[in-house]
Design a protein. Structure first.
Length: 96
């Protein structure tokens, strides 16, 4: 009920309400990016213009470039996703 009432209060769809999208500290998210929940974003993440993120877990120190599409994916700490990258049901991580 809390999620439903928050979505109604914010005037958003249920999966877009702030109760289902958790954002860490020091994140930079472009206003044109679309984030649908349930999504968790770590600290120091940059999400650029046109990115669409749906039902993902994003680690810390991640850079999501312009027009990336992420759906049902887990992105590890320190990952860089280049321009127009698309991930569906994927796990990615930074290698040493």
């Amino acid at each position: 009920m809390r999620v439903l009432s928050k979505a109604i209060f914010e005037g958003k769809q249920l999966l877009e309400c702030s109760e289902l999208v958790k954002i860490g500290k020091n994140c930079v998210i472009d206003p044109s990016a679309v984030i649908h929940g349930p999504t968790t974003i770590g600290d120091n993440v940059t999400i650029n213009a046109g990115a669409v993120i749906e039902n993902c877990i994003i680690g810390s120190n991640v850079n999501v470039s312009q027009d990336c599409q992420l759906m049902l994916s887990v992105i590890g700490d320190g990952t860089f996703l280049p321009f127009r990258a698309s991930l569906f049901m994927t796990t990615s991580w930074k290698t040493a």
